[in-house]
Design a protein around this ligand. Sequence first.
Ligand code: CP
Ligand code: NVA
Length: 313
Amino acid sequence: MKHFLKETDFTASELPALFALAREFKANRGRHARPLAGQTWAMIFSKSSTRTRVSFEVGIHELGGNPLFLNKNDIQMGRGETIADTARVLSRFVHGLVVRTFDHAEVEQLAALGSVPVINALTDLLHPCQIFADMLTLAERWAGPGGDLVGALRGRKIAFVGDRGCNVANSWIMGANLLGMKIALAGPPGFDAAPEFDQLLAREGYAKGYEFTTDAYQAVTDADVVYTDVWVSMGKEEETAERIRVMTPFAVTPELFRAAKPDAYFMHCLPAHAGQEVAQEVLDDPRSIIFDQAENRLHMQKAILATLAAAKR
Ligand code: CP
Ligand code: NVA
């Protein structure tokens, strides 16, 4: 059973086919095969979502399947039914699970105890669907039409500035290591990744697979991409005032963006808070590719769904 809980659930050798499939789905939207025909995929969400929810619902539908959205609070899991029983019961009904939650262990348990593929649609630890879609967005630009998508990413440098311990930062570290990209992260001390993430990174063979600095200008030097995310991730709301105070020096201003390579792209997984982690001027810059990132969630997730569905057989 193939799951997608973290970037390294795909090996480096599987990535060219995955990226090529995403490109094919994008180029042939509305005309391609429907490999989920006759299937229902449940989507269990414990957190808000715009992009992930809509792109998965549309994507499952476009692949011929039926998406079944389940707010965690509307099912018995929200009242304490165990993850084990939920995994076993849902496995009798549906062909796969897409899960957005807090504790990463929850997606691991659903995968371990159920008998259908599980896709991580964001946990506190990782957001792998986002990073693969982001990588597709960059690869399309750097590889050109028909070019080697995965090869085009190798050796490029990404600078992540802001909440450097968040799920999106963690996933970029894991993805960059898997794809052979360089990654530098800048943020305030004391907001590092959870020890759980460093342990996971080491288990995957990427111990110390990133450079961390408290100097945003150092991180963006020679960067091909400047990336940021919200300073207050879902579940961290009570830390809002402190996070804004310590992260304000790490805002992506036009001046900081200019310190990257002249042709560097600006990226943000969205939702953005203009005037906090990024200036409106940077969001509106011609080198800001934030809406292409959002669109590619659909195409990359369809490739992930189709690959997991095929691996199941
Ligand atoms: N980027 C992202 O995952 O957005 P949503 O929270 O809207 O799904
Ligand atoms: N780090 C953010 C990402 C939102 C898509 C969060 O977890 O809220």
